[in-house]
Design a protein around this ligand. Structure first.
Ligand SMILES: Nc1ncnc2c1ncn2[C@@H]1O[C@H](COP(=O)(O)OP(=O)(O)OP(=O)(O)O)[C@@H](O)[C@H]1O
Ligand SMILES: [Mg+2]
Length: 358
């Protein structure tokens, strides 16, 4: 039996078998129609270089069937069909059998010797808790899948579910990244690509029922876009041909230092721009904390920043959040992995206590 934990993020699917290595797969998928299937089969067998068999997945109707649906997946799907055509469903649309299952199977297909029995942990954001049952039912069975090259059988025998932000709290507790006091609560602020979630747990990482809040239209991508536009507008000449603004580390340095380093020129102050581009997201977080968690504020032992967005925004967030106990849920560069790492620890605890037979 193999054990894979999967965080199906809006932009990147984070997944791991043993926690030591967490992989990130671009979230992109296009179902191809019959004509396209023919075209792609011809192109693939003709060895067209731009197409790799690994960027396709065939999902057969059943283990004994010869009929399949063909999907173009991952980064290649986004490049080939454009971000609009390659559905990158946000929110509830992701949790339908037709959409999420081929993506999950694509993830499993990447593990070497992928045939055989699987036990999965599937993560879900708090806003989609109600769809999780359908999704689990859809995925739990035997599948025949193939890429452009070969077919294999995958039996999904067991599925656990775990909430995304909660994973980060568990990761921080396990890794002793925040001081843990038993009578205190912990609040994760998970800034993803397109969404931000707030989730509260006990010091043992147990979800406090009802204590989750999703900001579905606030994520790091819009902050990045506004930052890129503002900087380009302010320093037109310096950034005319520069691709440096596409680099996360460069953007992180602007957001952290509130300055812009122009090549061959002095460092310029960017504090007004930084405050402006971050304000919508930060205000939404502050409102969310006030509305949903105000009764618990006195009991918050720590705020845990997580999600890829926190890698870029942790300094500005710390500045604006009126708390003295703010921690990162993993190493700064690994914050996007924190949720799935927590799912790994959660699964291990189920195995240890005999709740899951391995
Ligand atoms: N080290 C990093 N690795 C990957 N992404 C990073 C990193 N640092 C910052 N980011 C940024 O974080 C964003 C992705 O974050 P994350 O993986 O948490 O989002 P997601 O889970 O796919 O989205 P959502 O939570 O909205 O579903 C990207 O915009 C990326 O630019
Ligand atoms: Mg996420």
């Amino acid at each position: 039996m193999r054990h894979v934990k999967i965080d199906l993020g809006n932009q990147n699917i984070k997944h791991t078998e043993n926690n030591a290595r967490v992989y990130s797969t671009v979230h992109g998928i296009v179902r191809l129609n019959d004509t396209q299937i023919g075209d792609y089969s011809d192109a693939l067998s003709g060895g067209v270089e731009a197409l790799s068999p690994k960027d396709f997945i065939r999902v057969y109707d059943s283990v004994n069937s010869r009929h399949y649906k063909l999907y173009h997946v991952g980064d290649a799907a986004l490049r080939q069909h454009g971000a609009l055509l390659a559905r990158q469903e946000r929110g509830a649309g992701r949790y339908t059998a037709d959409y999420a299952v081929p993506l999950i199977l694509h993830v499993l297909q990447q593990y070497p010797d992928a045939d055989g029995d699987y036990s999965l942990v599937l993560m879900f954001p708090p806003s989609n808790a109600m769809y999780v049952k359908d999704y689990v039912q859809a995925v739990k069975r035997s599948w025949k899948i193939g890429d452009g090259d070969s077919t294999r059988i995958i039996n999904i025998k067991h599925v656990e579910v775990f909430m995304e932000g909660l994973g980060s709290i568990v990761n921080a507790i396990q890794g002793r990244l925040a001081p843990i006091k038993n009578d205190q609560h912990y609040l994760a602020i998970d800034i993803g690509s397109f969404t931000t979630d707030l989730v509260m747990s006990t010091a043992k990482g147990v979800f406090i029922p009802g204590m989750a809040h999703s900001l579905e239209n606030y994520g790091i991508n819009s902050v990045k876009e506004r930052l890129q536009n503002s900087v380009r507008r302010q320093w037109k000449e310096a950034f005319k041909d520069a691709s440096v603004l596409d680099d996360d580390e460069y953007l992180e340095s602007i957001l952290t230092n509130k300055t812009v380093n122009l090549r061959g020129r002095k460092t310029e102050d960017a504090s007004a721009i930084v405050d402006d581009v971050c304000s919508d997201l930060i205000n939404a977080v502050l409102n969310g904390v006030n509305q949903k968690f105000s009764r618990h504020v006195a009991r918050i032992g720590g705020i845990l920043l997580t999600g890829g967005g926190s890698t870029l925004m942790h300094t500005v967030l710390k500045e604006r959040l009126d708390f003295s106990t703010i921690y990162l849920a993993d190493e700064r560069k690994s914050l996007f992995k924190a949720n799935v790492r927590g799912a790994h620890y959660y699964y291990e605890s189920l195995v240890r206590t005999g709740m899951v037979a391995v």
